[in-house]
Design a protein around this ligand. Structure first.
Ligand code: GLC
Length: 731
């Protein structure tokens, strides 16, 4: 690193227009593959192209080496480019969708996957990834839930920090590490109606206790960049909110890194009705704390005049440029502008056996077993299997963001992964992409008829259904989160054969699976499992691995229940009857609870839990120091009562029975993945600290209030075993 003085001297030599260019990120490439921004002709402004600070979505070792060499020559001060792109669950070796990684409940696996992604991206010239996405999500209609790790602040915090550590290592300038950019700040998962880009109303109680924690965890892990969300919060766009970006982010949360707008989000302030014009949008965004403008040029077009008129100060501009140049310095780009870009290393690392092996393990660990009756699973070598469905022999195992750099052609299909089993394949029906309004919906009757014949000849049906990967992710909001009707027709048809049915779901969101669950002997959620998806799923189906995934989001009984999440407030008329109850919280004619709760997932064995025991029933806070010191412990004895080994994710939930503010019916505060052999038992103990019991009260800050608490320990968010303890003292 060349340090602060070098950067200060450099800034002192730059003109205001050069600074504005440095604050501008250009598209790296047109859809038709012609280059923009770096070599010639972008914006018909040579000067902007020559002095832009970064490129979006431009990578590949050879191209980056050439582009960087040219840029350094053309740039007025020979300042190297930053190359940024979306590497959110892998670069060439694609891991399960982020929601699937969340389902592993395995932060160290997530960290490993991020380190692999960083290495593969770094040798292709990537310096920054727009990950982790730390948004708390509760509305499965929103397409971007697929990019999150789910509905819980604690699990999201662990995952976000793990991603940052994996990408960045101890220092981003070290070989094969890249800088991470946590996004989308803040509340994007709470868009009205689950409609992407819509408005958000968010009070500070929920903001501080539910939406900010995962961002704080990423910042505490050293995340170098942050991206504001497209949406407004309480009427103010995140991109131009001084309160969110300066008071809360840079103040309360002590973020000192670089803020980059989302794609054209600064221009969008005009559409939001928050800015008169692009110049006003530029002023608002810079004043709020945005340093880099992503693929629009309001800074470049307007900063000179804004400084001239005094709407923006040169100090504000210099602050933004200093953060950008400091990031480049931390990456070591002033000494080595090419960092890790290396065509030979690309060939060595991309999709290498070790990376594929990790992706295979992640695909297996992400899979959540929701039902397994009549010994449907694991499958047996002796069984004749009917492998049916639009995903059974499909390589469409990667979501939209994985395809930014990954390729479907690298994927292993489930059919090929089961080739040493006796299988007969039938497509069963077409895979509809309901996002593509013009898609031709081919008739399925013949395909279904063939599938029924195949099923009738088999001992067991492996039915592989799901939503098209294009139907989730950005701008992928849906009004119904059910399977397409042609797939349900296929399900009904093959079930009429009376054969055992194992149904696999490929999905980017929680889905309404009532009919699927009722018709299947076994049901597994696979998410979009990635490059090694077929092998990972086969490892579970065959019993080579036992299922250990747990739901990171609640699965509803009906789309109308959404948003539905476990850590809700109790209300004055809670309904835990499991059915409609007059004058109680819920809906007419349906169990108000979920089909499958947060944290739910089965294994191939069975586990029993002893009653919860506490080390103390009463604690006085003054007897203890430090927020992280255990005030008491909660424990259970866990026993594998089944016939094979298994991994149980034992979960600790706490409930504050009464507070100044109404508190959630329970909150995940710890979990442990325990492997036990048949008949084996162990004691699982959780410390309970002041930090776990405190919460943020708007206008007061972090508080811990005396009173009665419950400690639940069990296998999911609806576990019922608890013990109460009483806390004296507080703050
Ligand atoms: C998109 C997304 C953001 C992504 C960025 C760059 O619009 O909102 O998550 O990182 O643009 O591709």
């Amino acid at each position: 690193m060349l340090g602060k003085k070098y950067i200060a001297d450099l800034i002192g030599q730059m003109t205001l227009l050069e600074k504005a260019a440095e604050m501008t990120q250009l598209w790296g490439e047109n859809p038709d593959g012609t280059l923009m921004g770096i070599l010639r002709g972008f914006h018909e402004k040579e000067h902007l192209s020559a002095n832009a600070g970064s490129l979006l979505g431009f990578n590949g070792a050879e191209r980056v080496l050439e582009a960087q060499r040219l840029h350094i020559e053309e740039n007025a001060h020979h300042i190297p480019l930053l190359f940024m792109t979306d590497v959110i669950h892998g670069y060439k070796t694609i891991f399960p969708s982020v929601l699937g990684l969340g389902a592993t409940w395995n932060p160290s696996l997530i960290e490993e996957s991020a380190a692999v992604a960083a290495a593969e991206a770094a040798v292709s010239g990537v310096h920054v990834t727009f990950s982790p996405m730390a948004d708390l999500v509760r509305d499965a209609r929103w397409g971007r839930v697929v990019e999150s790790t789910g509905e819980d602040p604690y699990l999201n915090s662990l995952c976000a920090a793990a991603f940052v550590r994996g990408y960045q290592g101890d220092e981003i300038g070290a070989p094969l590490h890249i800088a991470s950019c946590v996004k989308h700040f803040i509340g994007y998962g709470a868009v009205e109606g689950g409609r992407d880009y819509d408005s958000v109303q968010l009070g500070d109680y929920s903001l501080y206790n539910e939406y900010l924690p995962a961002f704080q965890a990423a910042i505490d892990a050293g995340c170098e960049l942050l991206m504001p969300a497209f949406n407004t919060v309480n009427g103010i766009p995140c991109t131009s909110s001084r309160r969110l970006l300066r008071t809360i982010l840079k103040g309360d949360m002590d973020f000192q890194g670089t803020v980059i707008s989302d794609c054209t989000a600064i221009c969008e302030l005009v559409a939001h009705g928050s800015a008169e014009d692009n110049a006003h949008a530029a002023a608002l965004s810079l004043d709020a704390g945005v340093d880099i403008e992503m693929v629009s040029s309001t800074f470049y077009e307007n900063l000179e005049r804004l400084v001239e008129t005094g709407e923006i100060s040169m100090q504000q501009v210099d602050g933004a440029v200093e953060r950008i140049l400091t990031l480049k310095d931390k990456l070591g780009l002033f000494e080595n502008p090419f960092k890790d870009a290396d065509p030979e290393r690309e060939k060595e690392l991309h999709l290498c056996p070790g990376h594929r092996a990790l992706a295979r393990r992640a695909a297996a660990e992400a899979l959540v077993l929701l039902k397994n009756e009549n010994c449907a699973l694991p499958i047996k070598k002796s069984e004749r299997l009917a492998l049916i469905g639009p995903f059974a022999d499909s390589r469409k195992l990667i979501d939209i963001w994985g395809l930014v750099n990954g390729k479907e052609t690298d994927c292993v299909t489930l059919r090929s992964a089961l080739e040493d089993y006796k299988t007969d394949y039938a497509q069963g029906c077409h895979l509809w992409n309901l996002r593509d309004m013009d898609e031709e919906r081919l008739p399925d009757d013949e395909l279904i008829a063939q599938a029924v014949e195949t099923a009738a000849r088999s001992d067991k049906i492996i039915l592989v259904l799901g939503e098209h990967p294009d139907m989730s992710s950005e701008a992928g909001s849906r009004t119904e989160i059910t399977l397409p009707e042609n797939q349900l027709k296929l399900l009904q048809s093959v079930c009429r054969t009376g054969k055992p049915v194992v149904t696999l779901i490929m999905n980017g969101r929680p889905m309404v699976l009532n009919e699927v669950a009722a018709s299947s002997d076994a049901l597994l959620v696979c998410w979009f499992p990635g490059t090694e998806g077929g092998n990972g799923i086969a490892d579970i189906l065959t019993g080579r691995c036992g299922p250990s995934g747990r739901l990171p989001m609640t699965f509803p009984r009906a789309t109308g229940q959404v948003p539905i999440y476990y850590n809700h407030l109790p209300t004055g008329r809670p309904n835990t009857t499991g059915r409609y109850q007059p004058f109680a919280n819920g809906y007419i004619g349906i169990d108000p609870g979920p089909l499958y709760p947060f944290g739910y997932g089965l294994t191939y064995t069975d586990f029993s839990y002893s009653p919860v025991s506490l080390s103390a029933a009463e604690i006085t806070l003054s007897d203890h120091s430090g927020p992280d010191e255990a005030l008491l412990t909660a424990s259970v004895t866990l026993t594998n009562t089944g016939a094979i080994s298994g991994t149980e994710t034992v979960q600790l939930y706490l409930q504050d029975m009464a507070g100044t503010l109404s508190r959630p019916v329970r909150m995940l505060k710890g979990f442990q993945k325990i492997v036990l052999e048949p008949g084996e038992s162990c004691t699982v103990t959780f410390p309970i600290t002041a930090k776990m019991l405190e919460y943020y009260i708007p206008g007061k800050g972090l508080s811990l209030e005396a009173g009665t608490f419950r400690a639940y320990i069990g296998a999911h968010a609806q576990c019922s075993a608890y013990q109460e303890f009483h806390l004296k003292g507080g703050y």
